[in-house]
Design a protein around this ligand. Structure first.
Ligand SMILES: C[S@@+](CC[C@H](N)C(=O)[O-])C[C@H]1O[C@@H](n2cnc3c(N)ncnc32)[C@H](O)[C@@H]1O
Length: 239
């Protein structure tokens, strides 16, 4: 077992025990035999991302937040399919998905990525610069609800991956600014099995994610589908 995997498992165990009983989530969400099989049958992780994944597991708190190769490959392929000019990412963490999304940018394209925690800024900018993404990725430090209105223009891809309690607000802020044919993708929309349970837990994250799922499904400006990678990606395409 890789050291990174071992640390991730310990961190997940700690997270599980720390949770109040009323907030129990399903860990691991997917049968680990299936998850391992999916992880084994995906394109090899690029070296720069392998290094970033390792560094994240060694040096950062809650490394399990990273997108990783399975989800990252999906995001990269989607981005390459539509060659976006502008991408918005909400929740940068160590920048794994940011790089995957940037790999599909069209000529002169830009990823705007928002991270509320200023402690990541130096690491992110130097890593993007070092890996050759300096002119393709702009890091914005602050709360996404404050930053999004300050970023000009429309988006071809929006990736929502932070602050679950505000998913519906992010949707309402971004859907108007998504170009026709553009994609809005949101992570964790099955919230490790908490959404869809009857009775559904009443914590604000579960309620907000469930509201987000209903909002996008009932919006006739988009077509949408859940992709059950890890604990679920929602993908919507603007019609
Ligand atoms: C799940 S991680 C993002 C993972 C990343 N997209 C990746 O693929 O590796 C969520 C990140 O969002 C940040 N965050 C939380 N609330 C936020 C907010 N209101 N605005 C911007 N970033 C936020 C957290 O500090 C954390 O680094």
């Amino acid at each position: 077992m890789r050291e990174g995997q071992r640390i991730e498992e310990l961190s997940l165990k700690f997270y599980r025990y720390r949770k109040d009983m009323s907030e129990i989530q399903i860990f691991p969400f997917i049968d680990s035999r299936i998850e391992n099989y999916c992880e084994e049958n995906v394109s090899k992780e690029p070296k720069a991302l392998e290094e970033l994944d390792r560094k994240t597991h060694l040096c950062f708190v809650r490394p399990n937040m990273i997108s990783g190769n399975w989800q990252g490959t999906f995001l990269r392929m989607i981005s390459k399919m539509i060659n976006p000019k502008t991408i918005l990412e909400i929740g940068t963490f160590t920048g794994y998905a940011t790089i995957c999304l940037a790999d599909g940018l069209g000529e002169g394209g830009l990823v705007h990525t928002i991270e509320k925690d200023g402690e990541f800024e130096e690491f992110l900018n130097s890593n993007f610069q070092e890996k050759g993404y300096g002119d393709k990725i702009r890091v914005h430090i602050g709360k996404a609800l404050d930053i999004i209105p300050k970023i000009e223009g429309n988006f071809d891809i929006v990736f929502i991956d932070a602050d679950k309690a505000n998913y519906p607000e992010y949707y309402n802020l971004c859907i108007e600014r998504l170009n026709k044919g553009g994609l809005i993708i949101a992570d964790n929309i099955l919230w490790y099995g908490k959404v869809g349970l009857a009775p559904m837990p009443k914590d604000k994250e579960t309620i907000a994610i469930n509201n987000f799922n209903k909002l996008i499904t009932q919006d006739d400006r988009v077509e949408n589908v859940i992709i059950p990678i890890r604990d679920g990606l929602m993908m919507g395409r603007k019609l």
